[in-house]
Design a protein around this ligand. Structure first.
Ligand SMILES: *Cc1c(COP(=O)(O)O)cnc(C)c1O
Length: 372
């Protein structure tokens, strides 16, 4: 048996007629830029998440960059963000000449440690950029308390968090809606994934919405009249058409992910060399990535590879040890939890069309490895 880490073609085969029609409708309409499907998709995202406003863009990294620019995370401003995340959560600040200030993460949830974040606040801090990683949102209650106490803005990197919800002050909210801005990525492997690059900015603030709308078309408010120096970052109509089909099946896809996660948990619960992911009470999880903490991680990964089981390591190098961030002056040992995680985490195959037999095979192979 061969188990891929991720395979987009299985979903395509399931709904082939719907995808083919959606794509050919766009091609025959000729409206490739900001066509009707883009607006439909933005409206559907508002409906699904409860956001007041949604602005689609070319990818999640651009969404972060545009939102950071609008919130003023630039020109020396300090922004606190976790060191254990995907590169784009910090590069958006660095590219605007803002200063990413890294903080460590919680060992159980992999999300930002808000106590460590608080210790890093200075009079130059402009905002916090929490990331909702793998399975659940960061501690947004603690994050908002810091923001209110120190007058900071918040940009939620919800790139991985489509469908995740959290209880905030008695309200059940979708990820990305508590801070000033939230962003999603629709990179193909994400819970809601396009057939190429795609991203989204959401907000409940009308002024921020209007700015985001303008920034994605070169900062113009009216064609050829530019109030800001924005960029060109729009969601392709073709991708929007694909995403509309995918969104109509998303609840089913999220349920399948939950079933797969439950099966992993059941079959791996007695493997003492492995720690399973932990979910905080307050949070409604979505299994975007199923990440275990494993003893002898690298040998396990190689063993699974030899049995044709796909895995992935998110993330092998914490951001403070990336070459391009040497100038920030951090060193090895500065973020002990993240450094430890980068050596122990291993993501197992996780996508809605994975079969029960495949999951069993992955778990059997893991057990076989540790028996040896
Ligand atoms: C995927 C991801 C992004 C970037 O999204 P792209 O659409 O690939 O640009 C940003 N932040 C996190 C945490 C991600 O996982």
């Amino acid at each position: 048996m061969k188990v891929p880490f991720y395979d987009a073609t299985r979903e395509y085969k399931l709904y082939k007629a719907q995808f083919d029609k959606a794509i050919s409708d766009v091609v025959s309409s000729g409206a490739f830029i900001l066509g009707k499907e883009v607006q439909d998709f933005e409206e559907s995202i508002c409906k699904y998440t409860g956001a007041k406003y949604a602005v689609s863009v070319a990818n999640g990294s651009d969404a972060l960059l545009i939102a950071s620019d609008i919130l003023g995370y630039k020109n020396g401003a300090e922004v606190i963000t976790p060191v254990f995340t995907f590169f784009a959560s910090a590069s958006c600040i660095a590219r605007l000449n803002g200063k990413p200030i890294f903080c460590d993460v919680d060992e159980d949830t992999f999300n930002m440690n808000m106590k460590d974040a608080e210790n890093r606040i200075t009079n130059k801090t402009a905002g916090i950029l929490p990331v909702h990683l793998f399975l659940q949102t960061a501690d947004m209650k603690a994050c908002m308390e810091l923001a209110q106490k120190h007058r900071l803005t918040i940009l939620e990197d919800a790139a991985e968090a489509f469908g995740m919800r959290t209880n905030y002050k008695g309200n059940d909210l979708h990820a990305g809606l508590i801070g000033d801005f939230g962003i999603f990525s629709f990179f193909p492997t994400k819970t809601l994934g396009a057939y190429g690059d795609a991203g989204m900015i959401i907000t409940n603030n009308e002024e921020l919405y209007n700015k985001a709308l303008s920034y994605r078309t070169h900062g113009s408010t009216k064609r050829y009249y530019h109030d800001y120096v924005g960029c060109n970052s729009r969601l392709d109509t073709l991708q929007a058409a694909v995403l509309n089909v995918k969104l109509s099946h998303i609840d089913n896809a999220i349920q399948n992910r939950a079933k797969i996660a439950a099966q992993y948990r059941e079959l791996l619960k007695n493997v003492s060399e492995i720690k399973l992911p932990v979910v905080i009470d307050n949070n409604k999880e979505v299994n975007y990535v199923f990440c275990i903490k494993a003893e002898n991680r690298d040998s396990l990964e190689n063993y699974l590879k030899s049995k044709e089981i796909g895995t992935s390591i998110y993330y092998p190098v914490p951001l403070h040890l990336q070459k391009c961030f040497e100038y920030l002056g951090y060193k090895k040992g500065d973020f002990p939890v993240s450094e430890k995680l980068s050596k122990t985490v291993l993501a197992l195959p996780m996508f809605p069309e994975l079969t029960e037999d495949e999951v069993s095979f992955v778990c059997e192979t893991i057990k076989e490895f540790y028996r040896k």
